[in-house]
Structures are given as structure tokens and as C-alpha cells.
Design a protein around this ligand. Structure first.
Ligand code: SAH
Ligand code: SF4
Length: 406
């Protein structure tokens, strides 16, 4: 049983579904149909979408090209913004900005905006990391969102409004969003319909108009979801959160591995790369003494050599309630060298916004209140035992995921 905490994640979608839909999920066609049904000209749909996506209109009343009665009808039929920025924290000398958003039912989610300055041969990048679910059911024990458990799927407009609010903030400084990554709270492939609708809106020239190559979807390895994406033949980047290439260890780090083990994930990812001709990004969160050994590097090489792959090594962000910490830079560099010698392209990624807890979900987890100390101690003990067994090659008999038992 989960320890009762201050409820930060609403248990039900009912409250949201009773509200008017968010305007961001509307396309030229659907809004055109709305106008047609009202006996108004369809071209007004484009005027509305310009206000929503381009001119940053504060609400329907600000679209001065529309008749007053139409503005009132729009305001009654749609919510202009489905997320509010309730808390903002800035770090990395102003280059990382983390926002805790509240949704219409009070649920908390997070997004993180990261600025990468340009150089002589490089353009400035502004990357937004967005959430697809409130909480997450997968329960990776090094992840603050996993510890929160599952709240609910986000609606399409709730995903897109994280983008709109960030784009508005950037536009105020003459900047624009260049990249969007689904690496915030939640498992995107377990809310795939809404995520695909969002990607379509982000791509759509009449709406956000961002090229698919500037969008990355990250998954912990939901194999049917990967296969569904492959069938669509998309141009966006697929990132697989691998963390370990050996099943006993991956069972502990990514509990979904018991359902779709390493070989199945790797085979779906390989098929995706072959079908799309695009490199897969494999993410490895580096945890000291757990998944950073030479044997782990060699297992990764065996799994990925000869495939269209790029490995990103990310030092684990410190999160509360785990017994683990980040591998040292010396160990990460040694690990990276071993992968390179094995023929894999590797990047070591620097953590952003550590001081504000920028591993997504961390701020929301902190706001959810601290679980009782004995429950934390028991969880740590179970994780230490499970990872030690995994390092001996034993598959864990633990019931997944590693919740905070009372
Ligand atoms: N659920 C999806 C996408 C969101 S998580 C997934 O797991 O891929 C985005 C990335 O952040 C994942 O690669 C995840 O493993 C990583 N992550 C989670 N907690 C982290 C932490 N404490 N330190 C570093 N990376 C972390
Ligand atoms: Fe969910 Fe991803 Fe966190 Fe795992 S790492 S618990 S899949 S959000």
C-alpha cells in the first residue's frame, strides 16, 4: 500500500472532462467545423489558430479580428490555457528554468526549459522538456516521478500548453523554442494517442510548425508502443531509456523490463531504426556501483554494436529516498571510452538544473510531502539488496515496482 501523502495528483479525470476542452488541441479542420456549425465562415479558424499559436493572444477576447459575439462564444466553448505556471525556479546562471504547472483539477506537473548558447558554427538552442502524464506507473527507483506513482494521463491540450507557455516566455525575450523532448514526467508510450495528437499539432504549419526532427520521444521500453510508432514511419527521434543491458539489473532499474525484457526492447528499437533510417538514442543514467562497471559497458556493446545507435551517459541526478548516487566523472569517462572502443558513438551529458531538482518530477515529489522515515529506510534496504543480487546475475523476485510500503 502507498503511504498517504498530500494529494498532488488527482485520482480522477472526471473534473477535467467536465470542463470545456483546451483550445490548443483544436486543428484547422476541427475549428473550421466548429465555425461551420455556428454558421460562421471557416476562415476564422485560421485567425483563432494564429492567436493561439503565433501572436500569443492572452485569451479569445484579444483576437481583435473576430466579431465580439464570436469571441464570447469561443471563450465559453474552450479553455484558452489548461496549465498555469504556479512556481518557477531558475538555475545554471539563468539557462535552466523549471516550472511547476497546475492543471485544471489541481494536479501538479513539471516542464524544464534549457538554453544552450550558440557559437561560431552552432545556433542557439532552446529545448523544452515536457510531461505526458502526471506521475508514472513504471516506477523506476532512481526517478522522482516513479516514486510519485501514477496520477493520470494528460490531455492533448495539457501537453501542448506546456509548450505554449514556454514559447510565450521566450518570445518576450525575442527567442524561440528550437527543440521539444518528451522527457518530463510520465511514460509517453503509455499515453500514446494523446502524445501523437500533440506531436501532430507541434508539426502542423498552421499551429506550432516545428520540424519532426526537432522532437524527441523517450520511452522506458514499451515494446507495442515502439512498434506502433515504427508503423507510422515518423521522423522524430526515439530515445530508449536503457540504463542496463542485462536483464537482472534492468528488472530492478526499469521494472517494466519484467514485461518487455532487454532483447525485445532492443529488437523493436533496431526495427525502428531500420524502418526510419534514423539513429536511436539510448539513455543510460549512471549510478555509482550499480550500472557503471566494465561488464555493463561490455554488455551494452554486445547489444548495440552494428546498429544505428547513439549512447547518452547521464550522471544520476540526486533524488530523495534512494540509496544511490551518481557515478564519478572518472568512472563515466572510463565507461564511455569502453563503449567507444567497442564501436558505439557516445556523449556524456551534463546534468542541468541540479540545484533546482531538474530531474523531472523532483519538484512535484517534494511538494507531495516526505514519506515516513521507516518506509524510506525499508525501500532503501530492498533496493540495495535487489541491486546487489542483480550484480550477482540473479533475477529479482521483488514485486515491482519499489513503492514506499507503509
Ligand atoms: N518515461 C520516459 C520519459 C521520461 S524520463 C523514460 O523513462 O524514458 C526521461 C529520462 O530521465 C529517462 O531517460 C529517465 O531514465 C531519466 N531520469 C529519471 N530520473 C533520473 C535521475 N534521477 N537522474 C538522471 N536521469 C533520470
Ligand atoms: Fe516513469 Fe521514465 Fe521515471 Fe521510469 S524514468 S519512472 S518510466 S518517468
Amino acid at each position: 500500500m502507498q503511504t498517504p501523502m498530500v494529494p498532488i495528483v488527482s485520482p480522477s479525470l472526471a473534473a477535467i472532462l467536465a470542463m470545456p476542452p483546451g483550445i490548443s488541441a483544436e486543428s484547422l479542420n476541427s475549428l473550421g467545423a466548429w465555425f461551420r456549425a455556428r454558421g460562421e465562415p471557416e476562415f476564422r479558424a485560421r485567425q483563432v489558430l494564429d492567436g493561439v499559436w503565433r501572436t500569443g493572444a492572452a485569451d479569445a477576447s484579444a483576437i481583435s479580428t473576430l466579431p465580439a459575439a464570436t469571441r464570447l462564444a469561443l471563450a465559453a466553448a474552450f479553455r484558452w490555457d489548461t496549465v498555469t505556471d504556479s512556481e518557477r525556479t531558475i538555475s545554471d546562471g539563468g539557462r535552466t528554468e523549471k516550472v511547476l504547472h497546475r492543471l485544471g483539477d489541481g494536479t501538479a506537473i513539471e516542464s524544464v526549459l534549457m538554453n544552450y548558447p550558440g557559437g561560431p558554427d552552432r545556433r542557439e538552442r532552446n529545448t523544452l522538456c515536457i510531461s505526458s502524464q502526471a506521475g508514472c506507473a513504471v516506477g523506476c527507483p532512481f526517478c522522482a516521478t516513479g516514486e510519485l506513482g501514477f496520477g493520470r494521463d494528460l490531455q492533448t491540450a495539457e501537453i501542448l500548453d506546456q509548450v505554449r507557455t514556454a514559447a510565450r516566455r521566450l518570445a518576450a525575450h525575442g527567442r524561440r523554442l528550437t527543440n521539444i523532448v518528451f522527457m518530463g514526467m510520465g511514460e509517453p508510450l503509455l499515453n500514446l494517442d494523446r502524445v501523437l495528437e500533440s506531436v501532430e499539432a507541434l508539426n502542423d504549419p498552421a499551429r506550432f510548425g516545428l520540424g519532426a526532427r526537432h522532437i524527441t520521444i523517450s520511452t522506458s521500453g514499451v515494446v507495442p508502443g515502439i512498434r506502433r510508432l515504427t508503423a507510422l514511419g515518423p521522423q522524430f527521434t526515439l530515445a530508449i531509456s536503457l540504463h542496463a543491458a542485462r536483464d537482472p539489473l534492468r528488472d530492478v532499474l526499469v521494472p517494466l523490463n519484467r514485461r518487455w525484457p532487454v532483447a525485445e526492447v532492443a529488437s523493436a528499437a533496431r526495427d525502428h531504426a531500420t524502418a526510419t533510417g534514423r539513429r536511436i538514442s539510448y539513455e543510460v543514467t549512471m549510478i555509482a556501483g550499480v550500472n557503471d562497471t566494465d561488464a555493463d559497458a561490455d554488455a551494452l556493446v554486445d547489444l548495440l554494436r552494428g546498429t544505428l545507435a547513439h549512447v547518452n551517459l547521464i550522471p544520476m541526478n540526486a533524488v530523495a529516498h534512494t540509496p544511490w548516487s551518481a557515478s564519478s566523472m572518472r568512472v563515466i569517462e572510463r565507461f564511455a571510452d569502453r563503449l567507444r572502443v567497442g564501436g558505439l558513438p557516445v556523449t556524456i551529458r551534463r546534468n542541468r538544473g541540479q540545484e533546482v531538482g531538474a530531474a523531472c518530477g523532483q519538484l512535484a515529489a517534494e511538494r507531495a510531502g516526505a514519506p515516513p522515515a521507516p518506509a524510506v529506510a525499508r525501500r532503501r534496504e530492498r533496493l540495495v539488496a535487489a541491486s546487489a543480487a542483480a550484480l550477482r546475475g540473479e533475477r529479482s523476485r521483488e514485486s515491482a515496482p519499489f513503492g514506499m510500503d507503509a
